[in-house]
Write a protein that binds this ligand. Structure first.
Ligand code: DOR
Ligand code: ZN
Length: 405
């Protein structure tokens, strides 16, 4: 048993807790606040094929140090997860790595929709958390850029009661704008090529497909005020539409190119400060349901390449909760909203069973984000040097207690 005494709930009430475990641990949690184990619905842990960037040995540790007890991994690996056989292979690689490191991290996998393997969807129905559709290309070469295949995926998903998660960026417009800006080699052009309209067009299309087929739709990494407007409208219509945002779209904007350069390059791109504000508002209004770290590590050398050769994505799973807790101290978000977007909403949307997973948080611990202390293999953070108030200090997953020291 793990016995936690003298803790507080997020509303400040004294709380004790006993969690089933083969370990016998007493935690005097004086000064600590109890959170449910965090669920990250959007990570790229890179196994198989891109393990020079990350693998589950390092990423599972990073998850635990971020307060996460459940993660959903994306299919844009090498090879991409587009068949039942590849899915089974990926699972066994992950299980072996988690066993090796002794971290019983809970995980689910997204299945990659691919034009030439649509019939595979039926085979994996009960083995995956949902179907990922890249409407525009990103890291890897998974993309569905024709309407016929998009209709087919949404239709199949609806008949199978599967959720479709969309990377909503319109491939045609990306292509046209890449051509238009082909001679510009500075990083900020990334936000111009993949402009807000790129996202608006794709979100509009995804919502209309959800309307036609009644498909459960999850809009990944919502980054603009305009997407928020469309999602709000869809929810008003009672469509089964859910939305995620990311820590980088909440806490960074285009001004970051000047300081962190290629490390700021991400898909969808960083936007304006007015979008940061709109996303916080959307959390408050219940339009945004979840936050996904979109933990997408690349090596520092890869991120130092010139624009065009610099891959998109940044790590995030270790800093998401401290960023949110720090924002709470600044009056930008309530603790209740943090619990909702980091755990309870995902549990409902993805129909996960309830667990006893718990995170003990020191709301007043202040520390700088120190890349040298991060567990992710990539060893860097877009938030390096940022002083944050509020850090997890114990993560309990599947009856295992990890003290985060
Ligand atoms: O910036 C991104 N990086 N966006 C994505 O869609 C994929 C991700 C990655 O896997 O690197
Ligand atoms: Zn992603």
């Amino acid at each position: 048993m793990i016995n936690i005494t003298n803790a507080k709930s997020i509303v400040g009430e004294k709380q004790s807790l006993t969690i089933k475990s083969h370990q016998n641990i007493e935690i005097n949690a004086e000064g600590l606040t109890i959170f449910p184990g965090l669920i990250d619905p959007h990570v790229h842990f890179r196994t198989p094929g891109m393990e020079h960037k990350e693998n589950w040995l390092t990423a599972a540790k990073a998850a635990i140090y971020g307060g996460y007890t459940t993660v959903f991994d994306m299919p844009n690996t090498l090879p991409p997860t587009t068949t039942a056989a590849l899915l089974a292979e990926k699972k066994s690689l992950i299980d072996a790595q988690l066993k090796e490191i002794g971290i019983p991290l809970r995980y689910e996998l997204f299945f990659g929709a691919d034009k030439s393997h649509l019939s595979e969807i039926y085979k994996v129905r009960d083995a995956v958390i949902g179907i990922k559709v890249f409407m525009g290309c990103s890291t890897g070469n998974l993309v569905i850029d024709d309407d016929e295949s998009l209709h087919a995926v949404f239709a199949i998903a609806a008949t199978q009661d599967m959720l479709v998660a969309v990377h909503a960026e319109d491939e045609q417009r990306i292509h046209a704008r890449k051509h238009q800006f082909k001679d510009v080699k500075e990083y900020p052009v990334h936000s111009k090529i993949r402009d807000k309209e790129v996202a608006t067009i794709a979100v509009e299309k995804a919502i209309s497909l959800s309307r036609i087929y009644k498909t459960r739709l999850y809009v990944l990494h919502t980054s603009t005020a305009d997407e928020v407007r469309l999602i709000k409208q869809a929810k008003k219509e009672n469509l089964p539409v859910f939305a995620e945002t990311t820590p980088h779209h909440l806490f960074l904007n285009e001004s970051a190119y000047a300081t962190i350069k290629g490390k700021a390059v991400v898909n969808p791109p960083l936007r304006e400060s007015s979008d940061n504000i709109a996303l916080f508002e959307a959390i408050k209004d219940g339009v945004i349901d979840t936050i996904g770290s979109d933990h997408a590590p690349h090596t520092e050398a890869e991120k130092a390449r010139v624009y065009g050769e610099c891959p998109s994505g940044m790590p995030g799973i270790e800093t998401t909760l401290p960023l949110l807790l720090d924002a709470h101290h600044q009056g930008k978000i309530s603790l209740e909203a943090i619990v909702n977007i980091t755990s309870t909403n995902a549990q409902k949307i993805f129909r996960l069973p309830k667990t006893e997973d718990t995170v003990l948080v020191d709301l007043n611990k202040t520390a700088e984000v120190d890349p040298a202390k991060l567990k992710t293999k990539c060893g860097w953070s877009s938030f390096a040097g940022k002083k944050l108030r509020g850090w997890p200090v114990y993560t309990i997953v599947n009856g295992h207690c990890f003290e985060l020291i």
